[in-house]
Design a protein around this ligand. Structure first.
Ligand SMILES: Cc1cc2nc3c(=O)[nH]c(=O)nc-3n(C[C@H](O)[C@H](O)[C@H](O)COP(=O)(O)OP(=O)(O)OC[C@H]3O[C@@H](n4cnc5c(N)ncnc54)[C@H](O)[C@@H]3O)c2cc1C
Length: 400
């Protein structure tokens, strides 16, 4: 895609020059000229009074690309305060599986500063290669720098599949990269696989309000890009492995970003970390009232567990929003998940189905949750939970 100036229409008024946030347009012989640092943002198009500027879509879907040029699976990491988000390691676990099915390689891509010493630790997560793009400014996340660097890397190396965490950061840069490259992007995937015949990536995610699970393919464009929420996949067990590292010392210019990070202020007051919890006791509408949620808290306390809730319990103000589990809440994968008075709607299930052991307590023997639970207790939670607490307390689980 490129910005095209209609020289016959252009009068050299300079509106586009003034409006371009990247300083990527100049006047030459009284005609606008687009410079190589153009970011294709389109601001100049909106500001041209004569409609002399347009975007030429030279690689629109429909135009066939040579799919055979694209090889390998990439996982793109993100980090905050020098700590890589765990979703990247979870994606490496799935990425390994996909690259094995494709008989191709798995690459870990990280943009940052001061990671040289840590690259050895990363190599234990099962990749074949690391690409480390290094620059002091990449200590922090810059949307436009990520988009620029990742797009350039993809155009140069042509990976077949790209996996990115569906975190606020990943959700910011992934669609922009996909747009720039005319690639397909499936957001918030809950399952990824390879079609054994076509070798296309099969990207499964809830759709139509979560009532249907759709499997999406992008057979005509490359790379195939997917974002996945933390907790959906599991990281591989660490193995000692030396992997080649390609270090790219990237030199940015002032025009590469329109923003400048002065201070990062963490406004989140939440201390809830459901994604890392080993045990979660979750309550649903069946708990009956905010007051009765005390039962869930008591069971959680007896087990040393975190508390979660279905969306309805959040809407009813029985539970804090940062404890909601499901499609529009958190995705969790604890060792033990106890669902109390939760029916098992698909929007809830996608957030907890990867738990190692699921126990459901529900008075309706036909509740869908029993289709996903490893152990089911049919009955009134008001009778069952106190009995459970009594038995757990006898085991003295919380004593050293
Ligand atoms: C776009 C969209 C996104 C959504 N995102 C989410 C999400 O992220 N998370 C989420 O949870 N939901 C989500 N939902 C809502 C979801 O569809 C369900 O409505 C919700 O999960 C139901 O919550 P529940 O199981 O607590 O309540 P209900 O479906 O009302 O189930 C209550 C259950 O409690 C049982 N019960 C009642 N009394 C007792 C008792 N005394 N003892 C034992 N069992 C009892 C009942 O048999 C029933 O099975 C979303 C919906 C949409 C459309």
């Amino acid at each position: 895609m490129s910005v095209i100036i209609d020289e016959e229409q252009c009068t050299g008024c300079g509106n586009c020059v003034d409006s371009c946030p990247y300083g990527a347009i100049e006047l030459e012989n009284n005609k606008a000229t687009v410079l190589p640092n153009c970011n294709l943002c389109g601001v100049c198009i909106d500001n041209c009074p004569l409609k002399a500027i347009s975007l030429e879509r030279d690689k629109e879907s429909g135009e066939k690309i040579d799919l055979s040029q694209y090889k390998g699976v990439w996982v793109i990491a993100e980090h905050y305060k020098q700590i890589v988000h765990k979703v990247a390691f979870q994606l490496l676990g799935k990425g390994r599986e996909l690259s094995n099915l494709l008989d191709s390689t798995l690459t870990f891509v990280i943009l940052g500063a001061n990671f040289d010493e840590k690259l050895g630790d990363f190599s234990e997560y099962g990749m074949d290669e690391i690409i480390y793009v290094k620059s002091p400014i990449l200590k922090d996340y810059y949307s436009d720098l990520y988009v620029k660097v990742i797009s350039e890397l993809i155009e140069e190396h042509k990976p077949e599949i790209i996996l990115i965490g569906a975190t606020p950061t990943g959700r910011d840069f992934a669609p922009r990269v996909a747009k720039r490259l005319h690639a397909g992007l499936t957001a918030d995937c809950t399952g990824l696989d390879i079609n054994p015949e076509t070798k296309n990536l099969l990207q499964t995610r809830p759709t139509f309000g979560g009532n249907i699970m759709a499997t999406i393919r992008t057979p005509f464009s490359r790379p195939q890009m997917a974002t996945v929420r933390p907790g959906v996949f599991k990281a591989l067990k660490k193995i000692k492995k030396e992997v080649p590292v390609k270090v790219i010392d990237y030199k940015f210019t002032a025009k590469d970003t329109v923003s400048k990070i002065i201070k990062i202020i963490n406004t989140s007051k939440s201390t809830v970390n459901l994604e890392d919890a080993k045990i979660i006791v979750a309550g649903g509408r069946g708990v009956g009232s905010k007051e009765n949620f005390k039962l869930i808290e008591d069971l959680a306390k007896a087990l040393g567990a975190e508390i979660g809730g279905s969306r309805i319990t959040v809407e009813l103000n029985w539970v804090d929003p940062d404890r909601q589990i499901g499609q529009t809440g958190k995705t969790v994968s604890p060792k033990l998940y106890i669902a109390c008075g939760i029916s098992g709607a698909v929007q809830h299930i996608v957030g907890m189905e990867n738990s190692d052991v699921i126990v459901a307590i529900n008075k309706d023997p036909n509740a869908p949750i029993f289709g996903f639970a490893h152990y089911g207790i049919v009955g009134n939670l008001n009778d069952i939970i106190p009995l459970l607490i009594e038995e757990i307390n006898k085991l003295n689980l919380n004593k050293e």
